[in-house]
Design a protein around this ligand. Structure first.
Ligand code: NOJ
Ligand code: CA
Length: 532
């Protein structure tokens, strides 16, 4: 089987504003990223996903775009963007940007013109005389919004918005909107970009009597997007952000459900939202069942597609798509304080979620690298960064990258930072930073580097066949990953009790050690990748 580059890529999600500040104004920027590419290359990642880089009033941290054709001046300009792509490519690192097709900022000139009914923008947004249409659509930002409609004084009509009221939804029934978004994609791909993580894809169309999510019209337009990419930029990848139930999430691959032989014709990759909360659930319960069940429910996928797996990202850990009982269990376990919660989720980073228990952090990364899919690492999780729940909204998981123990964690030379660095006794930058972990061979950072190296040497781990083993211990998750001649047995002890398990003669890839056949002892939260 030939694999495409993105099927075995290791992605790094980089939140632009907090990664590295080159000009000393306290805000991360594109030249700052270029200055840190050596670090990323050494870490071993093969692709970057940048958080939104467009001009924006930042009501939703850049997901409210006011110009699709430029770079936010705080981050640099289009020349800097080109320079980043060139510098990343020189290190064999590909670059994905965020594409936000569903909505714009209310400051976008299209919306300003639409309010005034100016051609050709009159019909670019979803306007209505009353706020009673599409009643069956849920509200997503439950903590802040009470309706998906907002009143516009200027036009004297309501407009539709699935997120903040400052983010009016574009009207995809208007063919000009569709063309406009395809042109936006072309503009960035022409600069050499390698693809997009596409935001909020389920919501493009609205229809009365439906929940306005995953509509056939939405899929039809996304297939058009893909067809354009395939024809004009065949090297590039589209990754969907569709946080939906398993069957609906998988539909964004296109193709035909249950028919891996029929090529997917929509997204090359889908972020694996169904798997993510089940990893945390399985760990909390010391029981593999939630993982096994969801793996069954989310396969097979078309052979020319791939999951993008992740543990955390820049948003709250979403629990929208689990049952109310499961949500309560996960809240009780991982977010005991109310201010750790947001909307239907948990606004915490990986290390604090896992009680900063090194064994559990490594175990979760081991699952990330060995279960089907190309892994996406959220910046800072490779050093076990903490969060700041004093900050509002999702800002607490978007704090400056901790590079060293100098002022501002080496992130910026500014006097004042708009988002403070973490400075508590456990996760503060004096203790948790890149420089200290690079100097310590036993650090989490070195462990993650090793995971990445082995995963890159053994593509079976990302893209091989999966065979789950039935074992008598509920806490033991055991599976084979097979590709061609290679077969890797992956073992994970999800519980705090030691386990015994009989294994064939094998090479322990992470320990680089040959082991004879026999009983293996798995200590609490232990994991092994055994090439047999
Ligand atoms: C999903 C993004 O990840 C999130 O940060 C944003 O608020 C919404 N989409 C709306 O664009
Ligand atoms: Ca800056």
């Amino acid at each position: 089987m030939t694999t495409s580059w993105w099927q075995t890529a290791v992605f790094y999600q980089l939140y632009l504003r907090s990664f590295s500040d080159a000009n000393g104004d306290g805000i991360g920027d594109l030249p700052g990223i270029i200055a840190r590419l050596d670090y990323l290359q050494d870490l071993g990642i093969t692709a970057l996903w940048l958080s939104p880089h467009y001009p924006s009033p930042r009501v939703d941290d850049g997901y409210d775009v006011s110009d699709f054709y430029d770079v936010h001046p705080e981050y640099g300009d289009v020349e800097d963007f080109k320079a980043l792509i060139a510098a990343a490519h020189a290190r064999n690192i590909r670059v994905l940007a965020d594409l936000i097709p569903n909505h714009t900022s209310d400051q976008h000139p299209w919306f300003q013109a639409s309010r005034l009914r100016q051609a050709p923008y009159d019909d670019f947004y979803v306007w209505s005389d009353d706020d009673q249409r599409y009643k069956d659509a849920r509200i997503i930002f439950l903590d802040t919004e009470t309706s998906n409609w907002a009143w516009d004084e200027v036009r004297g009509q309501y407009y539709w918005h699935r997120f903040y009221r400052q983010q009016p939804d574009l009207n995809y029934d208007n063919p000009q909107v569709q063309e406009a978004m395809l042109d936006v994609m072309r503009f960035w791909l022409d600069l050499g970009l390698d693809g997009f993580r596409v935001d909020a894809v389920p919501y493009l169309f609205e229809r009365e009597g439906t929940n306005c999510e995953n509509l056939p019209e939405t899929h039809a337009f996304l297939k058009r997007m893909r067809a354009m990419m395939q024809a004009e930029y065949p090297h590039a990848v589209m990754m969907s952000e569709a946080n939906q139930p398993p069957q609906e999430t998988m539909r964004y691959f296109g193709g035909q459900p249950g028919r891996p032989d029929i090529p997917g014709d929509e997204f090359h990759m889908c972020l694996h939202f169904p798997l993510m909360p089940r990893l945390f659930m399985a760990l909390a319960r010391a029981d593999r069942t939630p993982i096994v069940d969801i793996l069954h429910a989310t396969s097979p996928i078309p052979a020319n597609c791939q999951w993008a797996t992740f543990l955390r990202n820049h948003d709250e850990l979403t629990l929208e798509m689990v049952t109310p009982e499961e949500r309560q269990c996960l809240w009780d376990w991982y977010a005991p304080e109310p201010r750790m919660r947001l909307n239907l989720g948990i606004r915490r980073r990986l290390a604090p979620l896992l009680g900063n228990d090194r064994r559990k952090i490594e175990l979760m990364f081991s699952l990330l690298f060995s279960l089907p899919g190309a892994p996406v690492i959220y910046y800072g999780d490779e050093i076990g960064m903490g969060d700041n729940i004093e900050l509002p909204d999702r800002n607490g998981v978007r704090t400056p990258m901790q590079w060293n123990d100098s002022a501002n964690a080496g992130f910026s030379t500014a006097f004042d930072l708009p988002t403070p660095v973490i400075d508590d006794p456990v996760y503060g930058y004096h203790r948790v930073n890149v420089a200290a972990q690079l100097a310590d061979a036993s650090s989490l950072l070195h462990r993650i580097r090793r995971f990445i190296r082995i995963a890159r040497e053994h593509p079976a781990l990302a893209a091989g066949e999966l065979t789950l083993l039935d074992t008598p211990h509920p806490a033991l998750l055991a599976f084979y990953r097979t590709m061609g001649e290679e077969r890797i047995l992956c073992l994970h002890n999800l519980g705090d009790e030691p386990l015994r398990f009989s294994v064939p003669a094998a090479t322990d890839l992470l320990a680089d050690q040959h082991l004879p056949a026999g009983e293996r002892h798995l200590s609490p939260y232990a994991y092994h990748w055994l090439k047999c």
